[in-house]
Design a protein around this ligand. Structure first.
Ligand code: COA
Length: 367
């Protein structure tokens, strides 16, 4: 059975920074309160021309470059996102088109902030089963578009960004070792984005009631999160036949420093073993774990042979953890230039649209 290795990684965040002081001009809050209660100092906010797919493509191109993999080698693209661009088409298909990944199947995965762990597990299982060899897994978000900037309970928490991993099959040991996924829909009302689906299609009344904004019971979500972080980590370790002492790093969902501290206490691990960067990005939902990973890898914190666990929780309720051994890129020859595929992808996409238009005209004439 082949193993699924993380061979490429990349992240992309908008340039625009919103500090806690900037927020205090929008709602009654202050830097001290936000830092003490959450650990967050600032977050990134997408410009009007930045979308979930464009951030994802920027992150993906960087990941493909590191892995030295062409977009046309991809067989699967999974985009975990809580903020898709449309209900359909899937954001993963927009990414597929922009990358020029002509041989890839593509779908979105919605498990809220646990989405990246779910998606990584799904792609790893596809590789381990032998059905595919190369996959792209992305967590990408533009949460700023769904935040109520007048609600100080939620607007202080979230930010925008994307992170991407390339996964490849290899017989060498390591890569993804185990994963666990959980859900409890009875807590679905604790964190919701009610309008825009088939139950509450957006209309004047959903709009005036603010149902198109994120709504959250912060205290209950906090209580749930502190309960599941350590237990899910332990479960993933048990499934991989590892002990807490065997892992070098825990990469937690970056929601609130106090939740991460509770997980550290639960696992009896020092905070130095946790990768934390939420002070600079806030909670970027599905993107938070890959962004934290990418920064840690680029700082040289994660070395070959290191074992680590990624652990997350989110709306649904969902939670999960994934244990892996870091192995880095698979040695390969030459240098691919994925950004050229992006440029060509634009032309290819346009040509396909023109052909489809002409075919449509001919087909109608035949009728
Ligand atoms: N700025 C200043 N004061 C604020 C505030 C803000 N942004 N938000 C709330 N307050 C006030 C409250 O009104 C309350 O005042 P009161 O005591 O006079 O009533 C006080 O601060 C405490 O509020 P509380 O809601 O109890 O704060 P908290 O310690 O529970 O922190 C959260 C609130 C949202 C930061 C915290 O509950 C949390 O992080 N929950 C998890 C959320 C999460 O991670 N969601 C994403 C999941 S993927």
């Amino acid at each position: 059975m082949p193993n699924a290795h993380i061979t490429g990684w990349g992240m992309a965040v908008p340039e625009k920074i919103m500090t806690n002081n900037d927020l205090s001009e929008l709602v009654e809050t202050n830097d001290e309160w936000i830092r003490e209660r959450t650990g967050i100092r600032e977050r990134r906010i997408a410009r009007e021309t930045e979308f979930t797919s464009t951030l994802a493509v920027d992150a993906a191109i960087r990941a493909l470059k590191v892995a030295n993999v062409r977009p046309t080698d991809l067989e699967l693209i999974v985009c975990a996102t809580s903020t898709p661009e449309y209900l359909f088409p899937a954001t993963a298909c927009l990414i597929q088109d922009q990358l020029g990944a002509t041989k890839a199947g593509a779908f979105d995965l919605l498990a809220a902030c646990s989405g990246f762990i779910y998606a990584l597990n799904m792609a790893a299982q596809s590789i381990r089963s032998g059905s595919i060899k190369t996959a792209l897994v992305i967590g990408s978000e533009t949460l700023s578009r769904f935040v109520n900037w007048k609600d100080r309970n939620t607007c202080i928490l979230f930010g925008d960004g994307a992170g991407a991993f390339v996964l490849q099959a290899s017989e060498r040991p390591g890569g993804v070792l185990s994963a666990v996924m959980h859900s409890d829909g009875s807590g679905g009302d604790l964190l919701t984005l009610p309008a825009g689906g088939s139950r509450y299609p957006i209309n004047e009344s959903t709009y005036s009631e603010g149902k198109h904004h994120i709504q959250m019971d912060g205290k209950e979500v906090f209580r749930f999160a502190t309960r599941v972080m350590a237990s899910a980590t332990q479960e993933a370790l048990d499934a991989a036949g590892l002990k807490v002492e065997d892992i070098r790093w825990v990469v937690p969902h970056q929601a609130n420093i106090r939740i991460i501290e509770a997980a550290a206490r639960g696992l009896k691990l020092p905070m130095e073993r946790f990768i934390v960067n939420l002070d600079r990005y806030g909670n970027t939902s599905t993107a938070s774990i890959p962004i934290a990973m990418v920064e840690a890898i680029e700082k040289g914190q994660i070395a070959n042979g290191d074992k680590f666990v990624m652990v997350g929780f989110g709306a649904g309720l969902t939670w999960g953890a994934l244990a892996a051994e870091w192995t880095g890129p698979i040695p390969s020859k030459g240098h691919v230039h994925p950004e050229q595929y992006r440029r060509l992808g634009r032309v290819r996409s346009l040509v396909r649209r023109v052909i489809r238009f002409i075919e449509g005209l001919l087909y109608r004439r035949e009728l």
